[in-house]
Design a binder for this molecule. Structure first.
Ligand SMILES: [Ca+2]
Ligand SMILES: [Ca+2]
Length: 215
């Protein structure tokens, strides 16, 4: 292989590996009523994004919920839309599993938990709530499950987030925590790029009449 192409190929592989290493640490969940074990017709929606640290012992979360209330601030005339629980459970879609980590009811994340009201939809009023925090070792003494014990489930789309309300105590909206890499054909991409480099290298050799390129 010509030196330039070899350098480029190695660079591409390193770049791909680095990109995959970063991508594997990010997860997301889209929450709605259809994913609850007994589906609801709730108009509420949620989007949750997660970042797992390099040591894989701390999972940051950022959940934006629209269509519900917390503290009876957004819809003071309606007490039934109040969020009374936000939990991470261990079970794949279509099943129920044990509670691993309570963001609200129980509050396992006293050291990191925060929330703020936002205008995510538009219009004159605040309409959404953003919940943030970190599931980490500091939460274990207040009965959260250790995150490292559940990494296999996290990486295999076998955890879910559920939001409970006064009107839907068993669960109003739910979403599976998705590992984006499970739907990305990364090995084929790497092979294709290797193939493209080899083709370019061969074309350069033929064009120069031999193997006299940079080595
Ligand atoms: Ca309310
Ligand atoms: Ca914490």
């Amino acid at each position: 292989m010509c030196g330039f192409a070899r350098f480029g190929a190695v660079g591409l592989i390193v770049a791909l590996s680095a990109a995959q290493a970063e991508a594997v640490l990010m997860f997301y969940a889209d929450l709605d009523g259809s994913q609850v074990l007994v589906p609801t017709t709730s108009p509420a929606l949620g989007r949750m994004e997660f970042v797992l640290n390099d040591a894989k012992d701390a999972l940051s979360y950022d959940l934006l919920v629209t269509g519900l209330d917390f503290g009876n601030v957004l819809t003071p005339g309606d007490g039934d839309d109040e969020i009374v629980g936000i939990h991470i459970h261990d079970a794949p879609p279509g099943a129920v599993g044990p509670l691993l980590f309570g963001i609200i009811g129980p509050e396992h994340d006293a050291d990191d938990f925060g929330f703020a009201y936002e205008d995510a939809v538009g219009g004159p009023e605040l309409d959404s709530i953003r919940f943030t925090g970190v599931w980490d070792a500091a939460d274990i003494p207040i009965l959260a499950e250790p995150l490292p014990d559940h990494l296999d489930a996290l990486f295999s789309n076998a955890l879910y987030v559920q939001v409970h309300t006064v009107r839907e105590a068993p669960g109003e909206i739910r979403g599976v925590i998705v590992n984006p890499l499970l739907s990305v054909p990364e090995p084929a991409t790497g092979l294709c790029l290797w193939g493209a480099v080899v083709v370019v290298c061969g074309w350069r050799r033929r064009a120069s009449g031999g193997y006299s390129g940079v080595n």
